[in-house]
Design a protein around this ligand. Sequence first.
Ligand code: GLN
Ligand code: ZN
Length: 773
Amino acid sequence: MANAAKAHILGFPRIGAQRELKFAVESFWRGDSDLAALQQTGKTLRQRHWAIQADAGLDFVSVGDFAWYDQVLNTLALLGAVPTRFKFDPKKLTLADYFTLARGNPEHFAMEMTKWFDTNYHYLVPEFTADLRFDGGVDWLFEENAEAVALGHKTKVTLVGPLTLLYLGKIKSGEGDHKFDKLDLLPKVIAAYQNVLQRLQAAGVEWVQIDEPILALELAAVWRNAFVPTYEALSAAAPKLLLATYFDQVREHTALLHSLPVAGVHLDLVRGAGQLDDFLQDWPQGRVLSAGIVDGRNIWRADLDAALTALKPLQEKLGDKLWVSASCSLLHVPVDLAHENKLDEELKGWLSFATQKTQEITAIKRALNGERDAVAAQFEAAALSVAARNTSPRIHNPLVQKRLSEISKISAARSNVFADRIVKQQARFKLPAFPTTNIGSFPQTTDIRQARAQYKRGEIGHLDYLNRMRDEVRLVVQKQEEIGLDVFVHGEPERNDMVEYFGEQLWGYGFTANGWVQSYGSRCVKPPFIYGDVYRPEAMTVGWSEFAQSLTSKPMKGMLTGPVTMLQWSFVRDDQPRDTTALQIALALRDEVVDLEKAGIGMIQIDEPAFREGLPLKAADWPHYLDWAVKAFRISASGVQDDTQIHTHMCYSEFNDILPWIAAMDADVITIETSRSDMELLDGFGEFAYPNDIGPGVYDIHSPRVPRVEEMQRLLRKARGVIPDAQLWVNPDCGLKTRGWPETTLALENMVLAARSLRAEVAAGQKAIAAPA
Ligand code: GLN
Ligand code: ZN
């Protein structure tokens, strides 16, 4: 067919369906295997992934999506722009050097890592110094392209775009560095990309995909204005460029994208479905439009008929200039559904992982190209799956829907304001000033993990398991008595993961056996998926909390994972808005909170470490998100009496720009992670005059190092400078499950000493010595 649409993907997961890359890399790090073995694993995985793409019928295989650790670091290695502080020769960078950049060594701390837009993938942050050169680096990309070509594949090479690379990097000024702006580096960066593009052209590459996901952000004018000159310079002597945008609509940049001298543009039509019509107006003749119609961020099987209907008019307009694709790189979904052998057939029939998505993309392409009959079976199966999902009783639970329809009758507010509640809570708990507590988990010893695993495998019975966990809770309570803490936790030994634990007890959640997604480097996560109305068939934590409380007269905090975190760390339904799912979870949690209260638990913590992560990419979309996220939390928390104290916990995020919403959550106590920033994160709470109680973390839980009493005193004095004494709690940054017992005991003992000395200082009417800067 002359006007045939094409099919491609923006990238394939590199980790391997069985996490082969993870295991190979970690074995290399341990010194258990050599470089040749590692190289071989990489080669095998690339080959396999290209074969999946070619067999599916994609018109190109993707080269440049493979990375030993991270694609941003790979780009820096390619350009010769790795951080200079390591003193590596960029042109002779070895794989061992590359890993040192990512992981650090005794002399050098590792490169900083942060989240790739609104995904759970973490990239290494480029470090820009005045002495950084972009003189070219390793040849890996060219070698990988040659590798694919030698296998008979037609390749499309993908690169992280120059403006995105600059935008995501950080200026690090060393001694003697003059001040400069990131965009000052642009000429050097452009020259480096030109060089790469010329080499790719010489190698016979026809298309290069350049990813500029920053176009999904609200860009300042200086960044917007940089696009035209950059792409004019790049397209001059280069293969055809496909500029890829994703993760949101790019409507505000429509005119800019039309004016860029590139051969094609990719749009995310899942996150930005509505942008297409505007975008096609005045669409430059002869330019490729890549339609990201299959969801690259989620695991649901595509509705092929709907995709076909959406793209048909496009094809009439664009002919062979229409490319069919996934919304973004498939890096963010698991590799292959074929490895899910424990999932029941019904659920499995609703899902699609990266491998299946490549087949969906080509099915859509072929149907567009007049081969609908040849892919009839695929279309039929997809239609059946969509219909089954629409009507399955596993998805639609009338009880949940009735309750949700009546949610306006539920008050999302506590009966009385904090000022009144805290008086009653204080009368009930009689806590000392600066009460000490923990965030929830205590060390997860091999013994505990083993017991959980044995129970899961059916090797030990329920009673046996209960007894072992109860022994652990007893130990944790006894330790807390000895250490002298004021508010106790039960230690969470029964929980493998704070989301999975609850997901397993709620209806509507599913779990995969191999649904691994790369989080950073060799680390992968296996998010559960929410497929149906979330319903709590019975109490989830009450037995544990009740038991723990029975062991002590100190208040025992009940411990729950909040609605936003339950949502954020899962694959979610695409058949209803996120906020609907969040409210369903919130209702289930509300019942648990009330049940805990009935069982005599006076303090209940609802963790929301992922609250900040849920923020949309565009600030214009923040208010809507924050409104429903706060509402979901309040629905879960507001069913209790005044003298029940609600805690929440957040960590490892910026809080300052969302303080009014954190305050609107109206938890009686919030514990946050602040020691890493030397209490600086707390300043925002002070300036905002955060109204309720707050426990700033006084020590970092990531290191086995035991903080000295004086260090914590210093941090607490700093905190007192910002937060009124009456509101101040004392606690570590986060849960202690990754720590060992010896350092945990010592650290908490010191923490209690620090709090006591502070109480003495205050009692003696001494003025706290101002904290040294
Ligand atoms: N309660 C959880 C714990 O202590 C909180 C973990 C978290 O913030 N990620 O482990
Ligand atoms: Zn935390």
